[in-house]
Design a protein around this ligand. Structure first.
Ligand code: ADP
Length: 267
């Protein structure tokens, strides 16, 4: 009945009929769904690659026009070049995010694992995001409840990407002069890294969609903040690729807490 090319999902449900109970075994043919998923992933991968090359060349050319090499460029054109450059860079960032998400969802992410002192790594990630904190006038601090000698086996670039997504969100949604905390500890055989802010928190109605791609609590045209709604979806896929999880809880005293758990033994 079940050939090689057919993918099947099994489900088992307990059914009650009068005084009797039955196990209901459900076999669901999911081949078509998987085929469509594969096509969708291939389409996104091809499109993103095709978009990346011309975009990179547009950004390169704009940067050259902005540089002192081209003294002949009319000064009045500079603000326009700056706008074009900023928006092309945003587009490239979005294309890269889409590629990452697609790869991670297909389980095709290539991890480059290494062993690192966790504290040094976190201090580096926090340092890298200080520019963001300054932009939003936020005090970004690292709090550690772990030993300086603790090591983690992970993909540094991907781990950094998760932390950057969380820290930049925390800064972006924080009121000026408030504190964003990165708190590292261990609990039940996992590393626990919390990014805490004093922003508005996440409304209950938005919570079920928080980690879905392309979702934003404020999706209106007039929204205050830019962004793609991809950061948290990517962070969740990356955490899972590193053998961990990511979750949200409201912070005591107001604000958000994003909790990253990574296995002590590493990815
Ligand atoms: P982006 O930041 O690009 O919009 P994300 O996937 O990172 O996309 O976040 C999705 C949405 O979740 C954001 O648009 C915002 O509405 C909400 N969000 C994320 N982090 C926070 C935070 N620290 N405080 C309040 N809202 C947040």
């Amino acid at each position: 009945l079940i050939g090689d090319a057919i993918a099947v999902e099994l489900g088992l449900t307990l059914v009650e009929q009068g005084n009797e109970q039955f196990w209901l075994l459900i076999l669901r043919d999911v081949s078509e769904r998987q085929r469509v998923d594969r096509l969708k992933q291939q389409f996104i991968a091809t499109l993103s690659h095709e978009l990346r090359t011309p975009l990179t060349s547009i950004i390169g050319s704009l940067k050259m026009l902005q540089s002192s090499q081209f003294a002949a460029v009319d000064e009045r054109a500079f603000p326009l070049l700056e706008i074009a450059d900023r928006n092309a860079s945003r587009l490239l960032h979005m294309v890269n995010e889409l590629l990452d998400l697609n790869k991670a969802a297909a389980g095709a992410l290539q991890l480059e694992l290494g062993v690192y002192p966790l504290l040094t790594l976190l201090a580096e990630f926090v340092e890298e995001n200080q520019g963001y904190a300054a932009k939003y006038d936020v005090d970004l601090q690292l709090y550690v409840e772990i030993d300086a000698t603790c090591e983690i086996r992970t993909d540094k670039m991907r781990f950094g990407q998760i932390m950057s997504n969380l820290i930049s969100n925390a800064c972006k949604y924080s009121p000026a002069r408030s504190e964003v905390k990165v708190i590292a500890s261990t609990a039940d055989s996992v590393w626990q890294i919390i990014v805490q802010d004093r922003g508005p928190g996440i409304a209950g109605s938005f919570l079920p969609h928080l980690f879905d791609p392309f979702t934003q609590a404020d999706a209106s045209d007039s929204r205050l903040y830019g962004g793609t709604g991809l950061g948290l979806a990517i962070s969740r896929q990356l955490c899972s690729a590193l053998g961990g999880t990511i979750s949200y809880q409201a912070a005591q005293g107001g604000g958000s807490e994003f909790i990253v758990l990574l296995p002590l033994k590493g990815a």
